[in-house]
Design a binder for this molecule. Structure first.
Ligand code: MN
Length: 318
């Protein structure tokens, strides 16, 4: 029986989220005769999560679990917004969660192959492979992370200079019937990528003067001015010997303290950064975390304290 109304795939607006949406759209067309639409979700929509898309058919990929999702796939450890939602989840024919997966697309592809007999096309294997690299920052070195111009990395970087919020929906469409190469060759991707590259280069130039100290291989910086462009890996590009970076950056409504482990220079003994940040009202994963601060003074104090904690831990294990 054909579906009575359209199912919409809601996806996390980043590279692996977009690939996830494109993959699920193709799988649902191929195996279930669906003609799905797709639209990105943003964090604001969590506020009234219970009523999300009420009365409509939907799927969610690479984003929070929802009980009414007909299809749901995710890899985020923080996917369940409440203990009730955690209790409502059980792996099923239409839901799958694997927090050990570096990104979301491999979960969907394997699920579709095993449960629904989907034949995985080569172009989706490639997109899935690069999703793992981009989402888990599995780049072989900082140079690849910053300068490699593989089609997947051009698309991923282009997202940082997106012309508008709906643009990712267009690119998901392009991914449903193209390859990484064909998507990267689009004129709009090329334009955004060029802009993002200029921003990257500016960010790399602007970083050194923001550094406050580098003691004990922890880079502490203050990039709170909104004139400073941000490039996630700038601290490790300029300080390859560093183990961690801790910095203050602006947000729309205040300031954020961000801390991260150098992916290319692992500390001898791992400190769980998410747990360190949790003591400051924040959170995160093992290798990266953050905390919002009400004022710039607070943000600077928290950043200095977190840097001090990490320096102490490094000194203890040296
Ligand atoms: Mn994602």
């Amino acid at each position: 029986m054909p579906p009575t109304h359209t199912l919409t795939i809601h996806y996390h607006r980043d590279f692996d989220g977009m690939v996830s949406a494109a993959v699920l759209a193709c799988v649902l067309r191929d195996r279930f005769d669906e003609a799905p639409a797709w639209r990105s979700v943003n964090y604001d929509q969590r506020k009234d999560w219970e009523n999300f898309e009420r009365g409509r058919r939907f799927a969610i990929v690479d984003f929070h679990f929802h009980q009414r999702a007909e299809y749901w796939f995710d890899h985020h450890p923080t996917t369940f917004l409440t203990p009730e939602l955690r209790a409502a989840y059980e792996p099923s024919d239409r839901w799958n969660w694997d927090e050990t997966s570096p990104s979301c697309p491999p979960i969907i592809l394997e699920h579709a192959r095993e449960r629904w007999g989907y034949e995985i096309p080569e172009r989706f294997r490639a997109m899935s492979h690069w999703s793992d690299i981009v989402d888990a920052a599995l780049y072989k070195d900082v140079e690849q992370a910053l300068f490699d111009d593989h089609p997947a990395l051009r698309i991923s970087r282009a997202l940082a200079a997106s012309p508008d919020a709906d643009w990712t929906d267009t690119l998901v469409g392009a991914m449903t019937d193209g390859t990484l190469e064909s998507v990267a060759q689009r004129a709009d991707v090329e334009r955004s990528w060029q802009r993002a590259v200029r921003n990257r280069d500016k960010a790399l130039r602007q970083f050194p003067p923001t550094v406050l100290s580098t003691d004990n291989n922890v880079v502490l910086y203050d990039a709170s001015s909104n004139k400073i462009r941000r490039e996630r890996f700038a601290p490790f590009f300029h300080h390859p010997d560093s183990r961690y970076s801790v910095g203050v950056i602006p947000t729309r409504s205040g300031f954020h303290v961000t801390a991260g482990q150098n992916p290319w220079n692992q500390p001898p003994k791992i400190v769980h950064i998410g747990e360190v940040m949790a003591a400051y009202g924040g959170g995160g994963h093992r290798a990266v975390g953050g905390s919002n601060a009400p004022s710039l003074t607070d943000a600077r104090r928290i950043a200095a304290e977190v840097a001090q904690i990490l320096r102490q831990r490094l000194a203890e294990t040296a």
